[in-house]
Ligand binder design. Structure first.
Ligand code: PLP
Length: 384
């Protein structure tokens, strides 16, 4: 089965990893900081901390922003569950904001309406809003920040899909309109380190808080120890942290992959153009591309006129060996979240999106012949 997305591992990636295996440090060596510097530089952001995956980075982002029991966090209704779980890990209460069903991105209008109604009813406003750059396209960060800034609501960008995308001519991850951004380096994402994630921010204090919590809450250097460090052997735990570190083996793969990120994206752009041209005169519509955005093209998502056509197409593509998928069901529709009292019916756009959408194969090594096969199956299902 051909997957909807997959990594490209080149000889240079393999030798970068082998070099680490032959070196003194498999973890906590020089590659992790090199990866952090590389991603930060690419994004035009000051500070970065690498983590063992993006889920850990999202958890650290919430903790570093002080999210705790009694706080409320709002999350875009359409995403991978990790975007919401991170707030629950902190003991916070969560709620969801509906999306725009033609982009998959959080709806600015729905957010404005929800904020206004909470203010009217005197309900407590969220401390943090988590937005998700679905498929690699940025949310309208300027508009979101204009709503959240005056109310002291911090924004976390779940940019797991979006390394290499731009918004208003700036690279996603520059954090102009947010407290921080999070990237994933899972093999389906824009670049991979095997498992891996990163938290980036213009706020050095926020990143240092996250770095401390990513490594057990332990401090070693004299400057930051609370006690007078009596000897080199001394270290102290200051907070209840975790082991969320990335290894040098993973980081070396990430550093090597980052060099090809732009090539990956332009290759995927060419495939997207092929798909778009082929669907142009059909009822099958790709997600809307927003002005002032260039996508990192993590996913190529199309929308069908109804759920039965989508399902027919899903079955036909799977039967032909194409591992297409839905990204995503509304988070509030998962049984775990329904047990917390949420219902997908409260998020009609997210529900509609989940009925219409399908992610078709898109990755750098996909070839035009396979794109043409996928298109032919889609067009046939759409007209039958
Ligand atoms: C992949 C993904 C995550 C989780 O990333 P991991 O690195 O696998 O933990 C979180 N949010 C979104 C939107 C994702 O796509």
């Amino acid at each position: 089965m051909m997957p909807y997305s997959r990594q490209q591992v080149a000889d240079e990636d393999i030798s970068a990893v082998v070099d680490v295996l032959k070196s003194d440090f498999l973890t906590q060596g020089p590659m992790v900081s090199e990866f952090e510097r590389g991603v930060a530089q690419y994004c035009g952001v000051e500070h970065a901390v690498a983590t063992c995956n993006a889920t850990a980075a999202l958890h650290l982002a919430c903790l570093a922003l002080g999210v705790a029991q009694g706080d409320v966090v709002w999350v875009a209704a359409t995403s991978f569950v990790a975007s919401a779980n991170c707030a629950l890990y902190c003991g916070a209460d969560i709620d969801f904001v509906d999306i725009d069903s033609r982009t998959g991105l959080i709806s600015v209008a729905a957010l404005a309406e929800k904020l206004a109604s909470y203010q009217q009813q005197g309900k407590s406003l969220p401390k943090v809003l988590i937005v998700v750059h679905i498929a690699g396209q940025s949310c309208d960060m300027q508009a979101l920040a204009a709503l959240c800034g005056p109310l002291d609501i911090a924004i976390i960008e779940d940019a797991s899909h979006a390394l290499g995308g731009t918004y208003q001519q700036q690279t996603i991850g520059c954090c102009q309109y947010s407290a921080c951004s999070v990237f994933s380096f899972h093999p389906v994402k824009p670049i991979t380190s095997g498992e891996g994630g990163m938290l980036v921010s213009q706020n050095g204090q926020l990143v240092e808080k996250a770095r401390l919590l990513a490594s057990h809450g332990i401090v070693k250097d004299a400057e930051h120890c609370l006690a007078d460090k009596p000897g080199e052997w001394y270290y102290e735990q200051q907070q209840l942290g975790f082991n969320y570190r990335l290894s040098d083996i993973h980081a070396a793969l990430g550093v090597s992959q980052l060099k090809r990120l732009d090539t990956f994206i332009s290759r995927k752009q060419a495939l997207v153009q092929q798909y778009n041209a082929a669907f142009q005169h059909s009822a099958i519509q790709p997600l809307l591309v927003q002005e002032d955005c260039s996508s990192a093209w993590h996913l190529y998502i199309v929308q069908f006129t109804d759920i039965s056509t989508r399902n027919r197409c899903f079955d036909a593509l799977r039967a032909a060996g194409f591992g297409v998928n839905l990204h995503y069901l509304p988070i509030p529709g998962h049984p775990y979240y329904q047990n917390l009292g949420f219902s997908p019916d409260d998020y009609p756009n997210a529900s509609h999106y989940a009925e219409a959408s399908l992610s078709l194969p898109l990755f750098p090594d996909l070839d035009a012949v396979d794109v043409a096969k996928v298109v032919a199956i889609c067009l046939q299902c759409d007209s039958s």
